[in-house]
Design a protein around this ligand. Structure first.
Ligand SMILES: [Zn+2]
Length: 317
């Protein structure tokens, strides 16, 4: 019988990830099913423990992870395998608090009192990216991603949640790959949209957000905030046979018309009365075909105008 109740009992179960997992699972099962019975018989909750310097199991066996950012490998190695809450507090006060200068962040991941936000993967599950498993000394380095898959067809539908587990580094790679793919899909969709509106030879490329765009809506921000906006807001340059313009995909998407010679008044003639004459060359990007067809025609006109001008200039020379 696995002793998942006492300090010594738990310590004796920490020979492998599988036995650690089983111990934590039994505590959680007791919390879900055994607690009510035990409670009525006059018993109290389980004694909470910090296990392996990595996880805390509370009185209901709910498992939360010690904040991976706050505790270092040295901390984890220095903590005894099983600690009471008092012992953990002492460790925190002696080893962790003194070196934290800024605000003292949450020591645990997950919301106290709620079901744990983090699931331990059963020992047979492997990292969905590299196929490797977890050991006692890496069992804090876990990320999970849930998804819902419909399994029963079609009127009688129901869903089950499914989790993939990853090593921390594998998870970061997985997420950045997906971002790259999502961006490629979005560029493909935009290219098609512009071509359907009459633009030819459309090429769209990501560019850093130009300072003039930033100045429009973030004039008085701190440099750190500016840097964050510049990296987070996707800005694209759209090149076509008709010319080029910018596309700012913020929650309120904008067309950057600087350098096109086109103003918002021309692009949105129905709003012209409300737009001041000195309004910067920027317009709300509605994505509807009427707006895009007009933009493509206006750009073509501009191109013809500038060709005429350059011919005139040549003649006058
Ligand atoms: Zn991995």
């Amino acid at each position: 019988m696995v002793n998942y109740v006492t300090k010594e009992g738990i310590a004796a179960e920490l020979s492998s990830y599988a036995s650690f997992y089983e111990c934590m699972r039994l505590r959680s099962e007791w919390g879900q099913h055994g607690f009510l019975d035990a409670h009525w018989e006059g018993n109290t909750c389980l004694t909470p423990f910090t296990v392996l310097g990595r996880y805390h199991s509370n009185g209901f066996g709910q498992c939360s992870r010690l904040n991976r950012e706050m505790f270092t490998d040295e901390d984890r190695a220095a903590m005894p395998p099983v600690m009471t809450d008092e012992e953990f507090q002492t460790f925190l006060d002696q080893h962790v608090r003194p070196r934290i200068t800024g605000p003292f962040y949450a020591t645990h991941e997950g919301v106290s009192g709620n079901a744990p936000a983090f699931l331990l993967p059963p020992p047979h599950l492997l990292c969905a990216r590299c196929g490797g498993g977890w050991e006692l000394d890496t069992c804090h380095d876990i990320d999970a991603e849930g998804s819902y898959d419909y399994v029963i067809q079609p009127e009688d539908s129901m869903s089950v949640s499914r989790y993939n587990f990853y090593h921390g580094a594998c998870f970061r790679e997985h997420k950045s790959e997906r971002l790259v793919q999502e961006e490629a899909d979005s560029i493909e969709g935009l290219t098609q949209m512009f071509e359907e509106a009459g633009f030819e030879d459309v090429r769209i490329a990501r560019r850093p957000l130009p300072k003039r765009c930033l100045a429009l809506f973030a004039g008085d921000l701190k440099q750190s905030e500016v840097n964050q906006i510049v990296t987070e807001i996707p800005y694209y340059r759209v090149n076509a046979k008709q010319g080029y313009f910018g596309l700012l995909l913020a929650p309120f998407p904008l067309l950057d018309l600087a350098g096109t010679g086109i103003s918002q008044r021309e692009l949105e003639p129905e709003l012209a009365k409300e737009i001041p004459p000195d309004f910067p060359p920027i317009a709300y990007f509605s994505g509807d075909s009427e707006q895009l067809v007009r933009l493509s025609q206006l750009m073509l006109k501009q191109r013809q105008k500038s060709k005429k001008r350059s011919r005139k200039n040549k003649k006058s020379k």
